[in-house]
Design a protein around this ligand. Sequence first.
Ligand SMILES: Cc1ncc(COP(=O)(O)O)c(C=O)c1O
Length: 378
Amino acid sequence: MKKNYLLTPGPTPLPPLVLEAMAKPIIHHRTPQFQAIIKEVSEGLKYVFQTKGDVYMLASSGTGAMEAAIINILSPQDTVLIVQAGKFGERWTEICNAYSIKSEVLNVEWGKAVDPEVINRKLKGDPKIKAVFTTLCETSTGVATDIKAIGAIVKNTDAVLVVDAISGLGAIDLKTDEWNVDICVSGSQKGLMLPPGLGFITVSEKAWKKNAESKCPKYYFDLKKAKKSLACVDTPFTPAITLIIALAEVLKMIKQEGLENIFSRHKRLADATRSAAKALGLELFAPTAASDVVTAVKVPVGIDGEKLVKAMRDTYGVTIAGGQSEMKGKIFRFAHMGYMNEFDIITGISCLEKVLAQMGYKFTLGSGVKAAEEVLLK
Ligand SMILES: Cc1ncc(COP(=O)(O)O)c(C=O)c1O
């Protein structure tokens, strides 16, 4: 019998409460019943995003919210600064290109985090820059970005700070208001423990001012429509009703555990995973800026990285993620995000050991699990 374990950086496992909520008969969205849910999730989202402002919900994956961020504050031929430290930084550039927005790309070596001082210098050197785009957790490399430091720089300029928090929101700290994040986007299938299909976006006052000047074409993702509707506890189009009902359950769970406890749970799981990898003689891909949501590990010499991921998944039902783009076959990514506890991690490490041993990698069997347990015992 094969039992499945999902240890990927999105989608992440679904809590039973979410499954139950989604199994209920659908209701109509223009009803007092659904309005009560909109009210409830609006408050809960403010808590998770750590903002006093509204959080708009879009029926799209996270990329839809990224596109909404761009087209609602910019015009064709505007200049922006993009931190590109992996595949998802590249996505900002690709969307900007699609709208003829000029990107100044700040290329950061994969596995490293951007130095906020470099952003400072770029902004000082080019006052035309209207927005800075960055990524809270670059899922393709497992790197966490210092958003607080970047926010402190961007707030003193005319530019707005846009953060892709699709990976990491609700798992690692991101204080939207306090850290001066003008637009924060996220998605449902990661720290928020839901299936894919919901995008989220916050808009600061500074960003709304940019919205007033924005000439990018927009219709479905026009946030003025979302703002107008939310003021009447409504959505402009048919919302993802079932996902929003499940979101209400998730937000209750998050409130109950408390953000600080959630962040320390993720840190503990990440520490255990990193410790296990090192004990197995493996090298971390991002040792200087490792995020607490996904750990990227270098595939050891002599081991086929793609076969390793495939064997864990197809033979034993433990799904981790391989490397993307230039890192394909060179790293594997082990997520510890969302509805996860210590035993999920132990299972994943135990499976990793088993497959590594079967592939001929030399190490002391059990050393990874032992190292993880030692961290988790503390
Ligand atoms: C950091 C980051 N940004 C953007 C995306 C794209 O989100 P989606 O696949 O929900 O459109 C992902 C998804 O893996 C991600 O991890």
